[in-house]
Design a protein around this ligand. Structure first.
Ligand SMILES: CC(C)(COP(=O)(O)OP(=O)(O)OC[C@H]1O[C@@H](n2cnc3c(N)ncnc32)[C@H](O)[C@@H]1OP(=O)(O)O)[C@@H](O)C(=O)NCCC(=O)NCCS
Length: 150
């Protein structure tokens, strides 16, 4: 599959919002995505197919040297082809360059995402009971720490 990773722009927002609705029970709205676009503490990237269509997206929010990885999502018909891996890899390389650690939450039943994050070096460091709604479910808290000065 051919795709390129580019910074999220205003033109991506309707497709990202549609992807959010397809993937999550509490999806981010176009308004929330617009806020992210103009938030200096956020860094979001998208995977674009050859025809310019959106295949997936991911991003982080940064506070000082701490990064929080927000949603990672890939279109259902484009999964298992390395798109999420490429998105996460880019954010991890950003973290290696600029951050002390990256952290994230994931539903305990979300095996694909848990495996994705573990493959990229994230470790389970905690569990937030009843963190998610629709359906109510525990979150696994995962962290990837970076060695400073490397
Ligand atoms: C999780 C998700 C982003 C993975 O996207 P993807 O593009 O299919 O993932 P990749 O092809 O890059 O796979 C990378 C790794 O993730 C893991 N993985 C991905 N899909 C998996 C699955 N169905 N079952 C188990 N592991 C899976 C594997 O470790 C895989 O490595 P491998 O191919 O060497 O086995 C995708 O399934 C998705 O969008 N799900 C819905 C949204 C979501 O739950 N996002 C996470 C929120 S925390």
């Amino acid at each position: 599959m051919h795709y390129k990773l580019v910074s999220m722009g205003r033109e991506h927002i309707p497709a990202i919002a549609a992807l959010e609705r397809a993937c999550f029970s509490s999806p981010w709205s176009e308004r929330t995505l617009e806020d992210v676009l103009y938030d200096d503490s956020a860094c979001f990237i998208v995977a674009e197919g050859e025809d310019g269509s959106l295949l997936g997206y991911a991003g982080v929010h940064v506070v000082l040297d701490e990064g929080y990885m927000d949603n990672v999502a890939v279109r259902e018909d484009c999964r298992r082809q390395g798109v999420a891996g490429a998105l996460v890899d880019t954010l991890v390389r950003f973290g290696q360059a600029h951050l002390a650690f990256l952290t994230l939450e994931v539903r305990i039943s979300n095996r694909p995402a848990l495996d994705l994050y573990m493959k990229h070096g994230f470790e389970q460091v905690g569990r937030r009971r009843g963190y998610y709604e629709k359906p109510k479910e525990d979150a696994i808290l995962m962290t990837l720490e970076f060695e400073r000065g490397t």
